[in-house]
Design a protein around this ligand. Structure first.
Ligand SMILES: [Zn+2]
Length: 450
């Protein structure tokens, strides 16, 4: 720069510095001594600090060294408010667990309980590096408020079952609720709306077809628990003469907007057909393991070209909403299942938890840190003993981290979790103490409503 000339700098809201940045862009670029500039909720620029930082005029510098930045994790399937049932009924098979323990108390859920559970869920997910989740549940006005109070991002999918839920007396009303949500959240920055059916065994043909049409009309993600157990397959064969995937296929319910959760009981022919349809899978390994439902053939699906995302499922069947733990589990259980340590390597699991989730939920602008994309990102603390030394930053995130190394969780350019605090939640008049008080009240309510 010549003597006397004026250096032009670009203003930005935040300039983040970290030792490593896993961009998860198409080349999976990893930047050392990284600068990430954030402006107006988006990634403005990123690259090596020495190249990027000098041209910027940040309102605030977040020096997160020693730290490792990556895109915010995307929980492709959960039931956020079920945190109120965490630990309520463990170590049971799926159907007795659902019909004898979860459904009876769930039927009595109040809006207040859903709000408390969802706020606790948001706090847990932000604490462990998740910026966006897809929720299949009821009473979504409460979950939406919790999401906005916490400064998180969510895809809210009203769950359709062929019996009354806390949201509706007849399942047909669910579709009006989805249309109403589309209206209410049309301009909500942090909330997308989706369509969900609980499962083939809790939905009639008419309900599935109606949901399919509504999702197609509005271009919504269409989510369903599918092929979760062999028991489900046998019941579906008895009821329809077809296995669950073939049943949905015969109803023209499979396509690029479909998100099929679990997919444990699928054979090779079904995997090939699933790939042809372009449907996505949400793999929830800890839930499958805890309920002993079997092994999702995740590596076979990836080999077939199927887009596989990762989810925690609800806190009653996991029992946490920690996507970092879910990544390690996904990799480890697949290796045991296949008796092959080379399957589902760390880089593929990280893809599932970032880009895979974003694509499954119809948000390819999430899950990768690229200029112009929403600034949804996480920085992990590398000063923790379990995070040193760093030979492979990807391996560190998937195998060494616990999730509690998270120092910063930024959503849409705003720090929603920073060094133990929840700045957005605080602005909403809430704090850690009020979350704990809510959790105690939720426990008392559940005890009174068995
Ligand atoms: Zn689920």
């Amino acid at each position: 720069m010549g003597k006397g000339s004026v250096q032009v700098t670009t203003p930005c809201d935040y300039l983040i510095r970290a030792d490593w940045c896993l961009t998860q862009d198409d080349e999976r670029t990893i930047i050392e001594d990284a600068a990430i500039a954030v402006a107006e909720g988006r990634v403005l620029a990123l690259g090596p600090w020495d190249e990027v930082a000098p041209g910027l005029d940040p309102a605030e510098i977040l020096d997160m060294r020693p730290g490792l930045a990556l895109p915010g994790l995307i929980n492709a399937h959960c039931h956020a408010a079920m945190t109120v049932f965490r630990g309520l009924a463990d170590d049971l098979p799926l159907m007795p667990w659902l019909t004898e323990h979860i459904w009876p108390v769930e039927a009595r859920l109040t809006p207040e309980m859903v709000g408390m559970g969802a706020r606790l869920a948001c706090a847990e997910m932000l604490r462990t590096g998740t910026t966006c989740f897809a929720d299949m549940y009821f009473l979504h006005a409460e979950t939406a408020r919790a999401v906005q109070d916490a400064g998180m991002r969510a895809v809210l999918c009203e769950g359709v079952l062929n019996f009354p839920t806390p949201s509706y007396a007849t399942p047909e009303a669910a579709f009006a609720i989805v249309e109403q949500m589309l209206d209410v959240y049309a301009d909500a920055e942090l909330i997308d709306v989706g369509m969900a059916h609980h499962a083939v065994y809790t939905n009639t043909r008419e309900l599935l077809e109606r949901g399919r049409d509504l999702a197609a009309e509005h271009g919504l993600p269409w989510m369903i628990h599918l092929a979760e157990t062999e028991h489900e397959t046998r019941d579906c064969l008895d009821a329809t003469g077809m296995r669950p995937l073939a049943w949905l296929d015969s109803l023209d319910c499979l396509g690029p907007r479909s998100v099929l959760v679990h997919c444990v009981d699928l054979d090779d022919t079904e995997i090939a057909r699933l790939a042809e349809t372009g449907a996505n899978v949400a793999h929830c390994p800890q839930s499958n393991m805890k309920l002993a439902n079997g092994f999702c053939p995740a590596q076979k699906m990836l080999d077939a070209g199927i887009a596989v995302a990762l989810g925690t499922d609800g806190a009653a069947s996991n029992n946490d909403l920690n996507m970092v733990a879910e990544m390690a589990t996904a990799a480890l259980v697949q290796k045991v299942h296949r008796a092959d340590p080379t399957v589902l390597p760390a880089k593929d699991v990280l893809d599932m938890a970032t880009r895979g989730g974003a694509d499954a939920l119809g948000r390819p602008d999430l899950g990768r840190l690229v200029p112009g994309n929403p600034a949804d990102l996480v920085v992990m603390d590398l000063s923790q003993p379990n995070m040193q030394p760093v030979h492979s930053p990807v391996s560190q995130v998937v195998y060494a981290a616990t999730g509690l190394e998270t120092r910063l969780t930024m959503v849409a350019g705003r720090p929603a979790f920073l060094d133990g605090e929840y700045p957005v939640l605080k602005n909403s008049g809430l704090d850690r103490a009020s979350l704990l008080e809510d959790a105690r009240r939720a426990r008392d309510w559940v005890r009174k409503n068995p």
